[in-house]
Ligand binder design. Structure first.
Ligand SMILES: *[C@@H]1O[C@H](CO)[C@@H](O)[C@H](O)[C@H]1NC(C)=O
Ligand SMILES: *[C@@H]1O[C@H](CO)[C@@H](O)[C@H](O)[C@H]1NC(C)=O
Ligand SMILES: *[C@@H]1O[C@H](CO)[C@@H](O)[C@H](O)[C@H]1NC(C)=O
Ligand SMILES: *[C@@H]1O[C@H](CO)[C@@H](O)[C@H](O)[C@H]1NC(C)=O
Ligand SMILES: *[C@@H]1O[C@H](CO)[C@@H](O)[C@H](O)[C@H]1NC(C)=O
Ligand SMILES: *[C@@H]1O[C@H](CO)[C@@H](O)[C@H](O)[C@H]1NC(C)=O
Length: 232
């Protein structure tokens, strides 16, 4: 097997850092008076390709009844990283779904409902965009900048610095940006033509490693590069 060059990763998320509003030094969080109104969110919904998402902690369906289909799915998926990756409100490590108040009280949504701890939103984002295109990301980032929202970018919920979650935040869910393109030859934009890779692969921000390996293998190649933030 020969190697493929990894040409592009999370390039969309880089633009988010530039889009900070120069209003308050504090971000506007869910529950604050500055939080956008329903009609403002409804307007955002007309600008993106998918309905807005309302992430919830993964354990929440079990607080209705342990016997529901949804709760059985949660219980079966709880320790499955790929199941967690598929949920808008789930992190790979459940501790990142929790929030600790300054007084030490922890807000969380435990799977074990018999402990009689109420299910709380914790650090799971309040609302967000299920991004499927560059236009979706642009609309989301503009909206967040206009309203001074705290933006979280989540693909699988695998960021071990905790950046896949933030209490009261606005989520840009990149999980479904699954485009994969294999290039027989590839010259990075602006590079001299002698800097051409013989083989390269371009991966959308939501592509998971098992999907990338399968795509490379399907063209008789393999990937050896690993970037620490790639699974975020
Ligand atoms: C995650 O979602 C994908 C796409 O819908 C699906 O094919 C896959 O089976 C799901 N994985 C799990 C573990 O739920
Ligand atoms: C700690 O702070 C939270 C948030 O303000 C509050 O809801 C909770 O009641 C407090 N807990 C205690 C034990 O004071
Ligand atoms: C849930 O918590 C109760 C009370 O502490 C405990 O007896 C039980 O074993 C726990 N169940 C699971 C599945 O951990
Ligand atoms: C994914 O690929 C399709 C087909 O090439 C293209 O139309 C679409 O814009 C791509 N999406 C993204 C997010 O790059
Ligand atoms: C491409 O050309 C530049 C200028 O001549 C040279 O510095 C560079 O090393 C070349 N790159 C490769 C991969 O040959
Ligand atoms: C890789 O591709 C080969 C040839 O198509 C196939 O036989 C093999 O099962 C694939 N391996 C994986 C891990 O997908």
């Amino acid at each position: 097997m020969r190697r493929l060059s990894l040409t592009s990763f999370l390039s969309l998320s880089a633009t988010l850092h530039a889009a900070t509003a120069a209003q308050s030094p504090c971000r506007c969080l869910y529950g604050d008076p500055c939080w956008p109104s329903q009609s403002e969110f409804a307007h955002l919904a007309t600008q993106v390709s998918q309905p807005l998402i309302h992430p919830e902690p993964p354990g929440k369906p079990c607080y209705t009844s342990a016997n529901t289909y949804e709760c059985v799915e949660v219980t079966n998926g709880w320790n499955d990283g790929n199941w967690r990756a598929n949920q808008t409100g789930s992190m790979q490590s459940p501790n990142f779904e929790t929030f600790t108040f300054p007084n030490g009280t922890v807000e969380e949504c435990l799977l074990n409902t018999t402990l009689a701890v109420p299910c709380g939103q914790g650090s799971v984002s309040a609302i967000g965009v299920d991004a499927r295109s560059v236009g979706d990301i642009q609309a989301a980032v503009k909206f967040a900048a206009e309203h001074n929202l705290r933006v979280v970018v989540k693909n699988t919920g695998h960021d071990y610095c905790g950046r896949s979650a933030a209490r009261g935040s606005f989520l840009v869910w990149t999980h479904n940006l699954k485009n994969i393109t294999v290039h027989p030859s590839f010259t990075p934009a602006g590079a001299p033509t002698n800097e051409t890779f013989e083989h390269a692969i371009t991966l959308g921000a939501g592509v998971q490693w098992h999907e990338a390996y399968a795509a490379a293998n399907a063209s008789g190649r393999t990937l050896s590069a690993v970037h620490p933030t790639a699974a975020r």
